[in-house]
Design a protein around this ligand. Structure first.
Ligand code: DGJ
Length: 719
């Protein structure tokens, strides 16, 4: 039994980890241990806090303030930042959630209206706590996948009382660490510079990351790791927390007066308040916890396997993906049918599988100033319509993909002229545009139904094989079609609305590959990944910037989830010149494609592209689904390197990029990882044979980089 309850203790045991907590006095779940697996919970681990059984429990004499709690709440004797904060109908805030019952179920219950991991092979513990006076209960849900070493946590608050309450805060997870001698790693960034890692030691007080933008955002990610100070890629403890949510979130650690560290994560309580009327339930999203005692690398590989098995689903889970060409950087808005077809013909000649028509095919969209919402073919650019273009592309032997941005509306659009009230706005206040567009109010059912209808029509009309679902601005001037006492539900209701339309549209087209995008990687999270198996990593396609972005993105996400393309030089975002081979090697760390005008390339580069494409097809399964090892950190050095190893360790692909070349370099050795030390490997390029142990201990002798931004890819096959 992976989940057991003995001597008042819950033991959640996976292949390599244990998570243990007791019911102190039969009342309060108190955390005991999270780390490498222990055989059993011995008496010595249990605190036996019997004082909490006394009926005369007094706030002054017996405080929860010094205990590591599984479900800390505001309004009781724990005075630290909690997980749940409620306001009752009489305006009071007190809460005392006490154990009532528990059950252990096979699998994992779905979360109504929200995406979450599949429960194959999982087991779930549900503990019900109840506040006696208000009759409000909280279910703590713990799901473990024993063979994947993942623990999911979330809560469900139910109002079984007769009065309305307001939820001010409901975090998905809270874990108390007895000591704060840890580092905190989070990801922050900006447009075209997403997910830069930042690691610092914990200090007293609150620290962490959050977003109030209504999206998981470019600026930070719903992910954090607590690490021992000496943890590296391959050694030391790492405790990962990843939220399955696409809206405003908070991920924080509070170090208290006793030096205990409380890590919590969930929907951002700022600008959030949920009206919980009698008989209703509120569910938080899932948070996925992974422990590794072999460093960040092992933590990432556990997340990658979990994502492949339980997050991505349907036709494209564990499948190869088409090599695509996207016309955005080749043409921007300036295209017509002939231009697209000649690009497509060229793409076919060099072995590309899928042609993607990006922004500008609908309404009168010759710039980004208009037409979002009017999903009708622009007959000026496509005189025979979308279907004719799609048919012509299919006739060339290519698949056809289409860009859409369903959540948005341009003030200059027929949709806005017909429904000026359909956008997020406040009557009497200016409607603040960003990229000349407004956000549709997805809390409204008629808006969601309209989107589903028009996007479905466009996808049928275009007979599409692939969709790029974009989103290019965050919410401002918050105001939705909700009653005054529910306005602060808007952020979460927007995301529920988004999941609703995404579920309906993706469900209608199970054989279409969906890629999510938000002005690059502005909404790269596990929530959307449950619905769309890949996400455009960043609008920054510069090879060196991508070394950084892809490397830090891989902390949580596998290459199969990261959209990565080869673009033209000078790069449109940084102006940098990098060799084609380097751009391709770096894009192979993701779902591979091109974003340039192939017709402008010299014949020798087209020939190279043909070879590159053959290589991508050949290597894709290992690159996507192999075990991923980061070898050189581009945030800390002039080099980036990573490798993917087939699960039987008989084949591996290594990528190394050296940024700025220096004269008089010494030959360098790159120490590899994840190989079988007892096997010999042939380097398929040179035919040389190396021992697996030699490659991991001594290293692979790299070629000297004579120019800036040289890449080397090494393909090793076991003899
Ligand atoms: C932002 C995306 O990230 C780009 O790739 C492109 O699709 C543009 N939007 C189109 O407007």
């Amino acid at each position: 039994m992976p989940i057991t309850f003995e001597s008042g203790c819950f033991h959640l045991k996976t292949a390599h980890t244990s998570y243990v907590f007791e019911l102190a006095g039969g009342k309060y779940p108190v955390h005991l241990y999270w780390g490498p697996s222990v055989r059993a919970v011995h008496d010595t681990m249990i605190r036996r806090l019997t004082r909490f059984t006394e009926e005369t429990f007094s706030l002054h004499e017996q405080s929860l303030d010094s205990l590591p709690l599984e479900c800390p709440v505001f309004g009781g004797s724990d005075l630290r930042p909690g997980m749940i904060h409620l306001i009752h109908s009489d305006g009071t805030h007190a809460l005392d959630l006490v154990y009532e019952s528990h059950e252990i179920l096979p699998g994992k219950p779905d979360i109504p209206g929200m995406p979450s991991a599949l429960g194959d092979g999982a087991e779930t513990l549900i503990i019900t706590l109840r506040d006696r006076l208000s009759n409000i209960s909280a279910d703590l849900l713990y799901t473990i996948w024993p063979d994947l070493d993942v623990l999911a946590r979330r809560i469900r608050i139910r109002n079984d009382g007769g009065n309305t309450a307001f939820i001010e805060q409901a975090m998905s997870v809270s874990v108390d660490f007895e000591a704060c001698d840890l580092d905190l790693l989070t990801l922050s960034g900006a447009w075209a510079r997403e997910r830069e890692p930042s690691r610092r030691p914990l200090y007293p007080g609150i620290q962490g990351v959050s977003t109030e933008r209504g999206a998981s955002s470019h600026q930070t990610s719903p992910f954090m790791v607590l690490l021992s100070h000496d943890t590296t890629e391959s050694s030391g403890n790492a405790y990962g927390f990843a939220l399955c949510y696409s809206g405003s979130f908070s991920a924080s650690v509070n170090v208290d007066q006793f030096g205990m560290a409380r890590a919590s994560m969930g929907i951002n309580p700022f600008n959030f308040r949920w009206k919980l009327t009698p008989g209703t339930v509120f569910d938080t999203p899932d948070a996925y916890l992974v422990f590794s005692d072999h460093g960040l690398g092992e933590m990432s590989r556990r997340y990658h396997t979990f994502i492949h098995r339980c997050i991505t689903r349907g036709t494209f889970a564990l499948a190869s993906r088409p090599l695509l060409i996207n016309n955005w950087e080749a043409t921007y808005f300036d295209f017509n049918e002939e231009k697209l077809l000649s690009l497509a013909r060229c793409a076919k000649e060099v072995g590309i599988d899928l042609f993607v028509l990006d922004d500008g095919w609908f309404g009168k969209r010759n710039t980004d100033h208009c037409s979002l919402g009017d999903w009708v073919d622009d007959l000026g650019k496509l005189p025979h319509g979308l279907r004719h273009l799609s048919d012509s592309i299919h006739e060339l032997g290519l698949k056809f993909g289409l860009w859409v941005e369903p959540e948005m509306i341009s003030p200059d659009s027929d949709l806005y002229r017909a429904h000026p009230d359909w956008c997020i706005h406040v009557e009497g206040r200016e409607r603040l545009e960003s990229r000349f567009q407004l956000v549709l109010d997805l809390t409204r059912k008629e808006v969601r139904d309209y989107i589903v209808t028009v996007i479905t029509d466009a996808l049928i009309r275009g007979n599409v094989d692939y969709v790029k679902w974009d989103m290019n601005r965050n919410i401002s001037m918050w105001g939705a079609a909700l009653p005054p006492d529910q306005q602060q539900e808007m952020g979460h209701r927007y995301i529920l609305g988004l999941y609703d339309i995404m579920t309906r549209i993706t469900g209608r087209f199970p054989h279409v590959l969906f890629e999510s995008c938000a002005g690059g990687g502005g909404r790269f999270d596990l929530g959307i990944l449950c619905l769309m198996p890949q996400t455009w990593c960043s609008d920054d396609t510069d090879a060196w910037m991508r070394c950084r972005i892809e490397s830090s993105t891989s902390l949580l996400f596998p290459p199969s989830a990261m959209g990565a393309h080869v673009s033209a030089v000078p790069n449109h975002q940084t102006g940098r010149l990098t060799p084609l081979a380097t751009r391709a090697a770096v894009a192979m760390c993701g779902t591979f494609g091109y974003e340039l005008d192939l017709q402008k390339l010299p014949p020798e580069e087209l020939e190279s592209i043909r070879e590159i494409n053959k290589r991508v097809h050949e290597w894709q399964r290992i690159l996507f689904y192999g075990d991923f090892y980061r070898l050189k950190n581009p945030y800390e050095s002039n080099e980036a390197a990573w490798m993917s190893v087939r699960s039987d360790r008989r084949e591996a692909i290594v990528t190394h990029v050296y940024a700025q070349a220096f004269p008089q370099q010494k030959p360098r050795l790159l120490r590899l990882a994840g190989l079988d030390p007892d096997l010999d490997y042939t380097d398929t390029e040179t035919g040389k044979v190396y021992g697996g142990d030699e490659l991991m201990q001594r290293g692979y002798p790299l070629s000297v980089a004579w120019n800036d931004y040289m890449a080397q890819q090494i393909h090793l096959i076991a003899i």
